[in-house]
Design a protein around this ligand. Structure first.
Ligand code: NAG
Ligand code: NAG
Length: 347
């Protein structure tokens, strides 16, 4: 038991500590040259060129996977220049040249005198390192339910695990949102052998700001051999999603729809309910496809009792969870239990 706790402590210890500060080059001819932008609290701003030199550019080029430093051009020359709505986030950067990331360098964030005419720019040697592919889809596997598990990214039909290096809670937040799973609670290494992956490992670091709707919108580092093993696979725990059940049928995949809210089960009104909403429920419950039952077939599951939680539910059909569909505020409706939704799925 003590050993188990020790393992847990080791594995969860680094859970929330890493927080890569975003940095990028914009408006240049390629991703390895342009005006320097850094991210702070979800906003991208510029860097004043006070003291900006080849050592600083060297760190930046390395961080971006762009090879060696070539020059320190003025960031103002890359058009369109930064506008007034964008802030200068740091007055001075002073790297020793040994740092791995610009955020590790000495910086003076107290910006007292700098206009966008003094924005720093950078030019690096190697623009040819391929950009990482854009993930097609993401899932959480080998956990208890679809909202907790090892992160896997789909690309060209293959599922890849993701290395914990460079991954943080902001990226987990985006995954949870994308999957319709509520808030991100924790992210850590998937340290138990039984929950480690076996397939390919994604060879790029993903760094989200946290507001992105899907992982595809997050910043990806260069695609290069990252030497990660499955012992560093990333695991994410999201809040439990909206819980559903189907009652009154022969199996858990058909019946009157019940949703759990504030610890209480209630029904869903069929105003505006149709094929797309059926499909989302069947998919969320792992019950295959909707059999598109007639009104009469649905009626046999009878009217429910108690709360009517949802009304005017409107899905596009692609949602992973009913929670992601539009609906009236919880508990607001103009329905009776005669209008309770029932669903019949194929499995
Ligand atoms: C940068 O840091 C070095 C020491 O690491 C210091 O000698 C130098 O004065 C600093 N430069 C500026 C402009 O602050
Ligand atoms: C991976 O290992 C190789 C060889 O040991 C090394 O040259 C390379 O820099 C490593 N890559 C990373 C991202 O650590």
């Amino acid at each position: 038991m003590a050993l188990l706790f020790l393992i847990l402590a080791v594995c969860t210890g680094s859970g929330l500590s890493e927080s890569p500060t975003g940095v990028r080059l914009v408006r240049g001819p390629h991703r390895c040259e342009g005006r320097v932008e850094i991210e702070r609290m979800g906003h991208w701003g510029t860097v004043c060129d006070d003291g900006w030199d080849m050592k600083d550019v060297g760190v930046l080029c390395r961080e971006l996977g762009c090879g060696a430093a070539k020059g320190t051009p003025s960031g103002y020359l890359y058009k369109p220049s930064a506008g007034n709505e964008q802030r200068v986030l740091t007055q001075l950067v002073n790297c020793t040249g040994m740092e791995k990331m610009l955020s590790e360098c000495e910086q003076d964030e107290d910006v007292f005198d700098c206009s966008h005419k003094e924005d720093a720019g950078a030019s690096c040697e190697n623009p040819d390192i391929p950009l990482p592919p854009v993930p097609e889809s993401v899932r959480l596997v080998d956990g208890p339910g679809r909202c907790k598990g090892r992160v896997e990214i789909q690309y060209q039909g293959k599922w890849n695990t993701v290395c914990k290096t460079g991954w943080n809670l902001k990226s987990a937040k985006v995954v949870c949102r994308q999957l319709g799973c509520g808030r991100a609670i924790n992210t850590q290494k998937s340290c138990d052998k039984s929950t480690q992956g076996k397939g390919p490992i994604w060879q790029s670091q993903i760094a989200c700001l946290g507001q992105e709707v899907v992982l595809q919108d997050c910043h990806s580092g260069p695609w290069e051999k990252n030497n990660c093993t499955h012992a560093e696979d990333t695991w994410v725990d999201c809040e439990d999603p909206l819980e559903l059940k189907l009652v009154g049928g022969h199996s858990r995949c058909s019946g009157r729809l019940q949703v759990l809210h504030h610890g209480m089960w209630g029904s869903v009104c069929n105003d505006g309910w149709g094929e797309q909403e059926d499909q989302v429920v069947c998919k969320q419950m792992g019950c295959g496809k909707s059999l598109s039952p007639s009104m009469k077939e649905r009626k046999i599951f009878g009217p429910g009792v108690g709360r009517i939680w949802l009304d005017d539910v409107d899905c596009s059909g692609n949602e992973q969870s009913l929670e992601l569909c539009q609906h009236r505020f919880w508990g607001r409706h103009d329905c009776t239990h005669e209008e309770d939704v029932a669903v019949i799925c194929s499995d």
